[in-house]
Design a protein around this ligand. Sequence first.
Ligand SMILES: [Zn+2]
Ligand SMILES: [Zn+2]
Length: 287
Amino acid sequence: MFASQLESLTELAARKPALKDICCFHTDLYRLWQTTPAFVQLNQDPTMISRRQHEGFPLISGMMLEIDRVKAAHFVGELLALMATHGQQGQNEIQRLQQSLEAGQLHLSQLLVAALDRNRQPICEKAAELEIQAALLEYCLTLTLSGALPQCRAQAQIQIFENWQQGYCPFCGGLPSIATLSGEEGKKTLHCSLCGCDWEFQRLTCIHCGNTDHETLAYFTAEGEPGYRVDICRKCCGYLKVVDNRQQQTDLLLDVADIASLPLDFLAAKEGFSRGKKENPDHAKGH
Ligand SMILES: [Zn+2]
Ligand SMILES: [Zn+2]
């Protein structure tokens, strides 16, 4: 899987030169994920897990993360170095994050828990303290979780609740980055951006707000992006990119397909739609 991921990124960079930089960054990022020793473990309470699932909550929450602080700090140090080397936007801000990390003031465990729980307050506070954009800190935390959670999911060996009807991931609560449509009936499968879990979802329902009104649900396609479409909801202004496997068999792994279809994210943002920052499901349900 890892080798084919790198191969598809190289092929994508050759096919779409505008995406070359982002492909190079992700190639290095995948290598980093691959070579970093595990820094997050789950402390699992089977009773709590099964209760959470039956109540419609994702299986894990921030309080179940056991984070090895030294290893996590090492990973984030490498990640920030990568972002600096690749000349990503906000070099001064990246530097301030590096300084805070080196001074032991970043409080990574607390921030990673907040990122998983989609509790933005501690993240915004830290960002304000460091005079950086909260989105940048959130981005780093998300990339860190994305490096750790797939392994946790593989090791957890917990049966994912089959009848999951939510637009967020049944394992970690992450939002899907992309979906696929397949088969004659156009079965829709969502792909979690954080842990890589896939789950089936109703085709004509907004993943962000649950809207099923076909008057306010629509989709658009773009020239030069065959096989992809963007489902939009005019009620909550959320969107979701979709690979239509019925139109074109894209062999790309979904994480790479997400990168390949970046121009669609720009288009959607330009039209005022967002990938969504859905509230923490625990909060949304009044817990
Ligand atoms: Zn997930
Ligand atoms: Zn919606």
